[in-house]
Design a protein around this ligand. Structure first.
Ligand SMILES: [Mn+2]
Length: 296
């Protein structure tokens, strides 16, 4: 009898964390639920970094999915299921499978925690998950990195014997190069659109290890920004250029109502460019500051 297939899928325009999380979660679900087949998918083509990660850890590339019509069921949280040391390993495995658990606290007669049984994580899955975290948090340096990210990354590092800084640099080298990348892609690769107090604002953030790579191509990149600005009917279009190694701040290229950026950061935009001396998360720092400026 063929098992029902369940697609495990992250967000559209998938980045490494979206794909790596899908791979990890599909693996986990296959371990705890043998009644179905969980298939890791990607909602779009893989970026070079993600392709590198999948290949580096010797895994099958995730299935490409064009569109899904899905509903997200609400999760129900219940009293934690526990086990006492007297139970057999078989009991534990049965419980993990039946109740779809990923870990099982073991408690003594007084309900004190004695230990935790985990689903085993093979090194290649652990490596993929670690890569996802390092990519998403820029080697745990972004302001959006949580304590949990840090704890889990270090634990995965211990499990795999991988050096976090080394692996992080490996990923940076693949993901960050703009050599051979078209100006259009530089402007749109990680593009996000916002509606802020009646303004349509498009922001792309791009990482470089050497700003020269972009300044040398300023003409064609600015041209693509102008095209996109007109096509999309934006009030403001922004390219944030971040160097994660020097961390000297953001080079900001602007098209449209540049006074919004000037007000938000107290800077002067000259020739469509300015510099802000802090490294920013688009979601946590940049967009909120624009919203504050627009409200004033
Ligand atoms: Mn993501």
């Amino acid at each position: 009898m063929s098992r029902e297939r369940v697609l495990v899928i992250g967000h559209r325009s998938p980045d490494s964390d979206a794909v790596c999380a899908a791979i990890g979660y599909a693996y986990f679900k296959n371990m705890v639920d043998r009644s179905r087949l969980y298939v890791a998918c990607a909602a779009g083509p893989l970026n070079p970094e993600t392709s590198y990660i999948v290949e580096r850890f010797g895994l099958e590339p995730p299935v490409q999915v064009e569109s899904v019509a899905a509903t997200v069921a609400d999760m129900t949280l219940s009293r934690p299921i526990t086990l006492s040391p007297g139970h057999s390993i078989l009991d534990a495995i049965r419980l993990i499978r039946e109740k779809h658990l990923y870990s099982l606290p073991v408690v003594d007669a007084e309900n004190r925690l004695v230990g935790v049984i985990d689903v085993e994580l093979p090194p290649e899955i652990a490596g993929v998950l670690l890569s996802g975290i390092l990519s998403d948090t820029l080697l745990l340096t972004l302001s959006t990195a949580t304590e949990k990210d840090v704890t889990v990354a270090h634990r995965l590092g211990e499990m795999t014997g991988l050096d976090l800084a080394e692996l992080g640099k490996e990923l940076l080298a693949v993901s960050i190069t703009t050599k051979g990348v078209s100006a259009r892609e530089i402007v749109t690769r990680d593009f996000k659109e916002y509606q802020l107090l009646g303004k349509k604002i498009g922001v792309n953030q791009i990482m470089v290890l050497d700003e020269e790579e972009l300044t040398a191509r300023e003409g064609e990149i600015k041209y693509e920004m102008e095209q996109l600005f007109r096509e999309g009917g934006y009030h403001l279009l922004v390219l944030l250029i971040t160097n994660p190694l020097t961390r000297k701040g953001e080079e900001i290229w602007v098209q449209g109502e540049e006074e919004i950026v000037e007000k938000a950061f107290g800077v002067k935009v000259v020739d469509g460019k300015c510099h802000v001396p802090e490294v920013m998360s688009r979601k946590k720092d940049f967009i909120p500051r624009l919203a504050v400026a627009l409200r004033r």
